[in-house]
Design a protein around this ligand. Structure first.
Ligand SMILES: [Fe+2]
Ligand SMILES: [Fe+2]
Length: 173
């Protein structure tokens, strides 16, 4: 296994779920509701898994990629983005499923996540592939997969201060 591949696969699954929601009628509120609940939980557990297993090691071993000069810059941006995704997921919960307001909130979450995935793939994942060996990428993938599988219904979404996160994980864990 390779944690960079698992993250990429998760991103594909997130795009797939957003695309399914795009193709449903507002009158399909029951299906919209269950698909969104699955996607919302997935977005939250994916971000938390990255914050536990990926970004601490990126901070320790990365060197910057995709336009960022350091792993710290990549991570600051990623944690800020994760907060925006968590906030967008929470905002959707304040609307009744299938209403115009709900679709607008889901579209905002799609935009926040889409922008973040593009950056994460270009920066952190690229940096990781260049600088982290295959054995560690495998070991982290095992931890990441176990974390996601054991939290399939979601985790409590907690925003994190990017600077505090980077300071706490500087030098690795
Ligand atoms: Fe991700
Ligand atoms: Fe991320």
């Amino acid at each position: 296994m390779d944690i960079t591949q698992l993250i990429l696969d998760d991103h594909h699954e997130q795009r797939r779920l957003f695309a399914m929601i795009d193709q449903l009628s507002p009158s399909d509120a029951r299906v919209l509701g269950v698909l969104w609940r699955r996607l919302a939980a997935f977005l939250e557990v994916h971000a938390e898994g990255e914050e536990r297993f990926f970004y601490p090691q990126l901070l320790r071993l990365g060197d910057g990629a995709g336009g960022k000069n350091s792993a710290a810059d990549e991570t600051l941006d990623a944690i800020k983005d994760h907060n925006e995704i968590r906030d967008a997921v929470a905002a959707a919960a304040r609307h009744q499923v299938g209403t115009d307001g709900w679709f607008a909130a889901v579209a905002a979450a799609n935009k926040a996540n889409g922008d973040h995935m593009a950056e994460e793939e270009r920066e952190g994942l690229t940096d990781f592939r260049r600088h982290v060996g295959l054995q560690l990428r495998h070991d982290l993938a095992v931890d990441f997969a176990a974390f996601e599988a054991s939290n399939i219904t979601g985790v409590q979404a907690v925003d994190k201060d990017p600077k505090t996160y980077v300071a706490e994980h500087a030098g690795g864990v």
